[in-house]
Design a protein around this ligand. Structure first.
Ligand code: ATP
Length: 447
């Protein structure tokens, strides 16, 4: 069942232009994916929704876009050079390499029905493997020129704490948000875009007076879970999982994963970590710079505590795709619909002339051109109208607007809603407001 749903989704993503295998014409490259015309729109919408909720709708969070390549000392101070490792085991028989702590999710290379080790092959003792990608700055490949591709966006936020705090004139509690690429040389990437070596993160570091960390930790746990629900995710497929004491990083005093029920099981979508004052203190120590905050009112110097909601954009995109995928029986046929929240849908309205004559294509083009100022639209005149509806259902387009014989007489079009297939006649002059209102009022499983 699970494999079935994933393979249907992967094939829809390719067929409709959501996600393609990277370097496909060369046979592909392990677990790298390219986002096609629809995928890039969906991902942008996910990022925009996050940025809006985190930065634009709040007065206590500002944005940042820090470099991917940072001073190597950043990764010494953060502990990544020493500790950003996964335990790796080799199978002596099939030569497969697996994450020792994720053997349950892995498959033997020779016998995919079995887990590593169950095939009779002996597994080596686990060794620590650092996940950071190394590179060299400049033309000489020598140790002194070694640099790393960032494995998380968070550290660029910590190193800019004073710059941002002073230039934006913020006092704790306040946050710094960042969206950008991160790189991890994962031992076992997989499950489509769930785990890849290159991915985008949406991270926010929220700096608080030390005494307030628990309050803000609780606040961010619920705010972040609600964000997914507001964007249409089925609440029954979301859960919070608190890390047990032995799972916590040594500097952390609390961590919760927001998990989603993917077809392959409950898996992490986002982590909300209480990081104490660890990162700022370490960077202060390594750089020799004072990273304390001075509170003018209390005349007190202190290092703020940090609460970090860290989400993966590609993982969230996969969750939205999985959750939206629906099959329904309609008139003896299977209708595949991507019931994406209209805010996330790559195309909001498809404009369809009923036939390719009688001035309908021209009218449809004119309507599309007008609506394009405000919404992402598409134009489709190829094939029977029913087939065009189905095509747009599969893409996840919330509205199909059909221009027919009546349009030239009364300047109205038929608007068909994706989820209910209900049709309504709407005056051309009202279209923009009508679509905006329908989108704003959209509710999962209702409209
Ligand atoms: P995992 O346990 O799945 O490896 P993590 O706990 O190491 O994840 P974090 O370091 O907390 O992940 O990163 C924050 C978020 O970034 C994750 O919740 C996930 O959404 C995303 N993320 C992390 N690694 C990857 C990856 N290899 N591919 C895609 N997204 C990722």
């Amino acid at each position: 069942m699970a494999d079935d749903l994933m393979s249907k989704l992967v094939s829809l993503c390719k067929r409709r232009g959501y996600v393609f295998q990277a370097s496909e014409i060369y046979g592909g490259i392990g677990s790298s994916w390219d986002f096609g015309p629809l995928g890039v729109e969906l991902k942008r919408n996910v990022k925009d929704a996050w940025w809006r909720a985190m930065v634009h709708e709040r007065d206590d969070i500002v944005g940042l876009d820090s470099a991917i390549i940072q001073h190597p000392k950043v990764w010494e101070a953060s502990g990544h050079i020493e500790n950003f490792t996964d335990p790796l085991v080799d199978c002596k028989k099939c030569k497969g390499r697996f994450r020792a702590d994720k053997l349950d999710d892995a498959r033997c290379l020779e016998k995919p029905s079995k887990k590593p080790g169950e095939c009779g092959g002996e597994l080596t003792e686990p060794r620590r493997f650092n996940l950071m990608f190394k590179t060299f700055l400049g033309p000489v490949e020598e140790t002194a020129a070694t640099a790393y591709l960032r494995p998380e966006t968070a550290q660029g936020i910590f190193t800019n704490f004073v710059n941002v705090q002073q230039s934006a004139r913020k006092r704790p509690p306040f946050g710094i948000a960042q969206i950008g690429k991160s790189f991890r040389n994962e031992i076992t990437p997989g499950n489509f875009i769930f785990r890849t070596r290159e991915f985008e993160q949406m991270e926010m570091e929220f700096f608080v007076p030390p005494a307030d960390w628990e309050k803000w930790y609780g606040e961010w746990r619920s705010l972040r879970q609600q964000w997914y629900i507001d964007l249409g995710i089925d609440p029954a497929k979301l859960r919070l999982r608190d890390h047990a004491a032995d799972e916590l990083a040594h500097y952390s005093n609390g961590c919760t994963d927001i998990e989603f029920l993917f077809p392959f099981g409950w898996s992490e979508l986002e982590g909300i970590a209480s990081r104490t004052d660890f990162d700022l203190k370490r960077h202060a120590q390594w750089s020799g710079k004072d990273l304390q905050y001075f509170d003018e009112q209390t005349k007190e110097h202190y290092v703020p505590y940090v609460i970090e909601p860290a989400a993966g954009c590609d993982r969230a995109t996969l969750a939205f795709l999985v959750d939206a995928y629906t099959e329904e029986q309609v008139e003896g046929e299977t209708r595949v619909v991507m019931k994406l929240h209209p805010r996330l849908a790559p195309v909001k309205a498809a404009i369809l002339p009923l036939v390719k004559k009688d001035g309908m294509p021209e009218r449809a083009h004119a309507i599309e051109k007008a609506l394009r100022q405000r919404f992402t639209t598409s134009y489709d005149e190829a094939g029977a109208i029913g087939r065009r509806y189905r095509r747009n259902d599969e893409v996840g387009t919330p509205f199909c607007l059909t221009v027919d014989g009546q349009t030239k007489d009364d300047q109205s079009v038929t608007v068909r809603a994706r989820d209910t297939m209900r049709q309504e006649r709407v005056a051309e002059a009202q279209l923009e407001n009508y679509l905006a209102a329908q989108m704003a009022n959209w509710k999962r499983g209702v409209s």
